[in-house]
Design a protein around this ligand. Structure first.
Ligand code: PEP
Ligand code: MG
Length: 759
């Protein structure tokens, strides 16, 4: 009922909005004034305001119903300041029944906001960039409903499109321009996702696809257009992938198949469908869905979701092109080669460019695990990512030197820089031709030590990699991932279905389920964000599970029922003291007993704990005999060891896991487990980094759990390694040295021909 009401509300509002925009005699400002008045009346608000970010970091008040009209175009608010600045900075809606309770609350003088009590603001966003905010306010403590937020988001989407299309403000005024005549060469640093060197001219990926028609006259027709476009898109993807040479390469094939699976994903198609039903055209509905998906993803720093987002984005852009018709751009730099510069990209788009002579790729955002990186590696296209704001620095047609062996980009190079580059590139080509591929060989070191490799997984797509014998099983099943994909908390039956699929896909290979690890940087979109001052140190993981035992028991019950007696491993995240482990285990034993009595099942379960909090390591002497296994969560362990927020970009290189204190700590854990004959593995990112993995084996570890996409390079490292030799070297370093020893370890690896290549 609520949803239907929201649909008719937004239909009405959107229709009126369209009528205002069609009013030819009015100036853009007059139209905007009418729009804010319309929104305020329709949504029963006392005020409605529009802020637009024009050419800098300040937000300008462009329209304000119910506010002091003298303040228009004279009020400027810094991004991040006040509640409006908060909406823009965090790129997400903010609903406050008491605006004064917000830590960023302040009253901007002379606007006339003094009496206002409640606030609902949504970002004006297009293409992942926030260009302003739309807000309504009331003089009483209004509790805004989910429907209110949805409606304001839909209106914001339409308004943002109008702004970008130049209907409210000249579109070039929105851009943070850098074209100040002749530019000297510019050196930029990033992170290499695929090594190599390339020279070419800049082509900016996805020039804006203008969505001209936003409000629909006939939702049925729009749905029909959507389904037609989807069918066309699927057919063209299928043809493209079957024609691509990559279908021979097992890893790429996997990615392309996965990608096609995404194209069928009901979740995001449903969301587009709902947006059409709320009164948008098919193309506007795609735009809106993409924007709100980004808001959700922006709340989590989880790399898994970011990577999947690029796939969704790629598909959405394909659909947009099919609907709006902008699909055949010529490449004018065919001769010289092109370097594509993008905020992000999906794998199919890369294949499109491959046909038109792409030589290199620069991304503002992107990780090793992104599908586009995997395809780029298979196509031998060098990729550099995480160059902030590259799209505002580069112009179409600029000459670019891309050197991802040094994680560096030079824009508009001079002659000397170009000559040096050519020389280095020649040397690199000679070196690469000597390297042969060693795929699918066993993970045994040069001195015949076997290393067990298991998979880190969170979705059926990751689990599909189990079909390669390389992986002995799942070392870490991140059970929160399917929860993050849902739009409401999955009940016991829904969870059971998810876990049953995991067991089925594993086909008897051992699976280690980790109980819910939510909180910190992993938020569920439908759960209230805890008001922790320090979320990373806050109410998260097992702490939530023990305080809300119903959630934990429900999950245990679902896993037990899904197993139907098949063996599995269960571990608890973020255990800080032995008592927490015992409490969690007690709940498990209760659930096992219950399931045995009720369903006459018997179970074979190994129970373990993650070592992620240093304090726990100091109780392991006593606890080890009672644990079936321990798993080192090095991501969190390192974060708490050095008190360094793992998501803070300013601290990325400050401390190093390859340092005497951290490695000594890990060695103690590994030795302790050996002493008690308790199985131990490591499932953090260290396991997927060649040098770190070599050093872990040098510390005595023999089991690593890693992302499917890291398997290739890690296996190369293992097979080129003499484990007993590196064990001796690492032991010596730990007694003789202090501080960071990465350089020494790296030199050792180079001297001993250990393969450390990042593919
Ligand atoms: C870890 O902390 O190392 C770990 C594997 O868990 P997550 O990355 O999911 O926090
Ligand atoms: Mg962790």
């Amino acid at each position: 009922m609520g949803a239907l009401k929201s649909m008719s509300d937004s239909h009405r509002l959107l229709r009126s909005l369209r009528e205002i925009m069609a009013g030819g005699a009015l100036s853009p400002q007059e139209k905007l004034n009418q729009i804010v008045s319309l929104i305020a009346h329709d949504m029963k608000a006392d005020t409605c305001s529009v802020y637009i970010q024009r050419g800098g970091s300040e937000l300008e008040l462009f329209a304000g119903y119910g506010l002091n009209s003298d303040a228009l175009h004279r009020t400027f608010i810094r991004v991040g300041k006040g509640v409006i600045g908060d909406v823009v900075e965090n790129a997400r809606p903010l609903a406050l029944s008491d605006i004064r309770s917000h830590p960023r609350f302040y009253v901007e003088p002379k606007i006339g906001e003094e009496d206002l009590r409640s606030f609902l603001g949504t970002p004006l966003a297009r293409g992942g960039r926030v260009i302003g905010a739309l807000a309504i306010q009331n003089k009483f403590n209004r509790l805004f409903s989910h429907n209110d937020i949805e409606i304001l988001q839909t209106v914001s989407m339409v308004l943002a499109e109008m702004i970008v299309a130049g209907k409210i403000i000249k579109s070039d005024e929105l851009r943070l321009s850098n074209s100040q005549g002749d530019m000297p060469s510019m050196h930029l640093r990033g992170v290499a996702l695929n090594t190599g060197m390339a020279k070419g001219r800049a082509v900016l990926h996805q020039p804006h696809i203008a969505i001209r028609k936003l409000v629909s006259e006939d939702s049925e027709r729009e749905l029909h257009r959507l389904f037609e476009a989807i069918a066309k898109m699927r057919a063209s993807l299928k043809t493209m992938f079957s024609e691509s040479d990559l279908s021979q390469d097992p890893e790429s094939k996997e990615v392309l198949e996965t990608y096609q699976l995404f194209a069928q994903d009901r979740g995001w198609l449903n969301r587009i469908q709902k947006a059409i039903e709320s009164g948008l055209t098919a193309e506007a509905a795609i735009g809106k869905t993409l924007t709100s998906l980004r808001f959700r993803i922006a709340q989590t720093k989880d790399s898994y979701f970011r990577d999947r987002l690029w796939d969704f984005e790629d598909l959405a852009n394909r659909l947009l092109k099919l609907l709006v018709g902008n699909d055949n751009q010529e490449n004018p730099f065919q001769e010289e080669g092109v370097i594509v510069v993008a905020r992000s990209m999906g794998p199919a788009e890369l294949l499109d460019y491959e046909k038109s002579g792409i030589r290199g790729l620069i991304l503002e955002e992107g990780l090793h695990t992104a599908h586009v990186s995997i395809i780029a590696r298979a196509l031998r296209i060098p990729v550099i990512s995480r160059i902030p704001d590259i799209l505002t620095k580069v112009e179409y047609g600029d000459t670019i030197l891309l050197d991802s062996t040094r994680a560096k980009v030079i824009l508009q190079p001079n002659e000397e820089e170009t000559d040096l580059f050519d020389e280095r590139q020649q040397k690199l080509v000679e070196h690469k031709s000597k390297r042969a591929s060693l795929y699918s060989l066993p993970s045994i070191s040069k001195d015949n030590v076997a290393v067990s490799l298991t998979l880190n997984a969170g979705s059926p797509i990751d689990l599909a990699h189990l079909k390669y014998n390389t992986f002995e099983g799942v070392g870490l099943y991140r059970s929160e991932i399917p929860f993050m994909m849902e739009s409401s908390f999955p009940d016991e039956k829904a969870q059971e279905r998810i876990y049953k699929e995991v067991f089925d896909q594993a086909e008897g290979k051992p699976v280690t389920f980790r109980t819910l690890d939510i909180g910190g940087d992993k938020l569920l979109p439908y759960m209230r964000k805890p008001d922790d001052e320090n979320p990373i140190l806050g109410w998260r993981a097992i702490r939530i599970g023990l305080d809300r035992p119903f959630l934990l028991r429900q999950q245990m019950r679902a896993i037990l029922m899904a197993s139907q007696g098949r063996p599995f491993n269960l571990m608890f995240p973020m255990i800080a003291c032995a008592g927490e482990f015992w409490q969690a285990k007690k709940l498990l034993l209760k659930e096992i007993k219950r399931a045995q009595n009720k369903h006459d099942l018997s179970f074979a379960i190994k129970v373990g704990a993650m070592v992620e909090v240093p304090s726990f390591a100091w109780e392991l002497d006593q606890l080890m005999p009672h644990l079936d296994f321990v798993s080192i969560g090095s991501n969190d362990l390192f974060q708490f060891f050095y008190a360094v927020d793992r998501t803070n970009i300013h601290l990325v290189d400050r401390y190093d896991p390859l340092s005497v204190p951290f490695l000594t700590f890990l060695k103690r854990l590994i030795d302790l487990a050996k002493l008690h004959k308790t199985q131990i593995n490591l499932c953090g990112e260290m396991a997927g980094s060649p040098l770190d993995a070599a050093v872990l084996l040098g510390l005595g570890l023999r089991s690593l759990s890693l992302s499917p996409y890291r398997i290739d390079c890690i296996k190369h490292t293992i097979r080129s390694l003499d484990i007993s030799q590196i064990e001796r070297f690492v032991s010596q370093l730990l007694v003789k040295k202090t501080g960071n020893i990465r350089q020494l370890l790296h030199s050792y690896a180079v001297d001993h021909h250990i393969l450390l290549e990042e593919y």
